[in-house]
Design a protein around this ligand. Structure first.
Ligand SMILES: NC(=O)c1ccc[n+]([C@@H]2O[C@H](COP(=O)([O-])OP(=O)(O)OC[C@H]3O[C@@H](n4cnc5c(N)ncnc54)[C@H](O)[C@@H]3O)[C@@H](O)[C@H]2O)c1
Ligand SMILES: C[C@@H](O)[C@H](N)C(=O)O
Length: 374
């Protein structure tokens, strides 16, 4: 339904009486009267529950059983309390996750169910992690379009309707071969060649549009490839940088699906999750933008292998190129310029390549010692 048909009479009058393109006056007027894009009764007044700044947020994480969600829930629960953070997904949680805090089934394509969850649990922050990543997206474009685009529309409408603070991650994949690649700034040409990238540019633009049009508190970070030890990636182009650790430890051999010189921005998961909390907590007046690049390090498979070989000289790396992933990687940034995030809300990463490798190896070492002790 076109948005204008869902507006209240007052909103329609303002919209129709705004001269010229009306961009600025319209933005101010509509924000003040506050209506939601899927408001069903045209003249019903819109009420959102307001929470004081001292209240803990009540957080819902969608797509929470992927590489990032469980770690984010753990961090947020430490800060806001176990019961104030709800993980959700369409998959069945492992028992450790199920017993670590609230978990709920939620398919982001089911608008009514999502709304029910938000209302019944008095959600105030929504972290929207559900997505199909770059490589699996290319293998199933129709599903990626549905989850990444239709699902996002549901999330945006529910967040606007209930006055939520909404975090949606974007990615280095939101850039394409015509973007400057070394480094890639926040604002430049964005013509990605994957459905994943297209859907993420769409999310950035729609989130910013809802912010200006409806006053939605939309916050977005473009994550680099994320590296974690205790969760596996969900089918992206940067997955090799996680797999290499598992294979190195298991067999001292790794077959890489990208060329040895493929340079991509990467980040350790702890930095990524901390950045997410920091931008969600950043005072509104520090945010000069709603979508920021964040960066930590940038390396190629051969550089990662060399760093690992300093501690595991027996590691053998061979290359068997996956042409789909290679083409994607060749169109993505090599280095990310995140100076706006550093300036506006004080972003600073903790992990460079040597610390990343050491931390990953320490994790697997501790894990194998624990397994040996049992
Ligand atoms: N991991 C990275 O390197 C990386 C980098 C940049 C951006 N991101 C973004 O961060 C977010 C989380 O990434 P991730 O690595 O945890 O992803 P992932 O692929 O590991 O997990 C995505 C989750 O979404 C769920 N999902 C799929 N369809 C769904 C549906 N219809 N309803 C509800 N849930 C559904 C899946 O079951 C899965 O658990 C994604 O939006 C991704 O684009 C990740
Ligand atoms: C970079 C990121 O968005 C994801 N890890 C992918 O490779 O698809």
């Amino acid at each position: 339904m076109p948005v204008i048909r869902t507006l209240s009479k007052v909103a329609k009058q303002i919209l129709l009486s705004t001269p010229g393109c009306g961009c600025q006056p319209l933005t101010v007027a509509v924000r003040n009267i506050s209506f939601s894009p899927r408001q069903v009764t045209s003249d019903a007044s819109f009420h959102s529950v307001s929470f004081s700044e001292t209240d803990h947020p009540k957080v819902l994480i969608t797509g929470g059983l992927g590489q990032l969600g469980v770690g984010l829930a753990k961090m947020l629960r430490k800060r806001f309390g176990k019961n104030n953070v709800i993980l959700s997904d369409i998959r069945k949680p492992p028992s450790s996750v199920f017993h670590s805090g609230p978990f709920i089934y939620s398919d982001i394509l089911d608008y009514k169910n999502l709304r029910e969850i938000v209302v019944n649990n008095r959600i105030t922050w929504l972290v929207h992690y559900s997505a199909l990543l770059s490589a699996v997206g290319e293998a199933n474009v129709a599903l990626a379009r549905s989850v990444n685009i239709t699902g996002l529309h549901n999330i945006l409408d529910i967040a606007a309707e209930h006055g939520l603070r909404l975090f949606v991650p974007s990615t280095i994949g939101a850039f394409g071969p015509t973007s400057p690649r070394n480094p890639t700034p926040d604002l430049c040409v964005q013509r990605p060649r994957t459905i994943y990238g297209v859907s993420k540019v769409h999310a950035e633009l729609m989130g910013e549009y809802y912010h200006h049009r409806y006053g939605l508190d939309f916050r977005c970070l473009r994550y680099p490839g994320i590296i974690s030890a205790d969760s596996m990636p969900g089918g992206g182009t940067t997955d090799y940088a996680v797999q290499i650790f598992h294979d190195a430890i298991k067999s001292s051999k790794f077959q890489c699906n990208l060329r040895p010189d493929t340079r991509l921005p990467m980040m350790y998961i702890d930095d990524c999750l901390r950045a997410t909390l920091e931008v969600m907590e950043a005072p509104v007046d520090t945010l000069t933008m709603r979508t920021y690049n964040i960066n930590a390090m940038s390396f190629s498979p051969e550089e990662l292998a060399q760093e690992l070989q300093k501690q595991m000289p027996e590691l053998e790396v061979t290359y068997d190129i996956d042409h789909v992933r290679q083409a994607i990687a060749d169109s993505w940034p090599m280095n990310f310029d995140d100076s706006n995030a550093r300036r506006d809300w004080g972003w600073k990463h903790d992990y460079d390549l040597p610390e990343l490798v050491q931390t990953m190896l320490n994790f697997f070492d501790a894990e194998s010692r624990m397994a040996g002790a049992n």
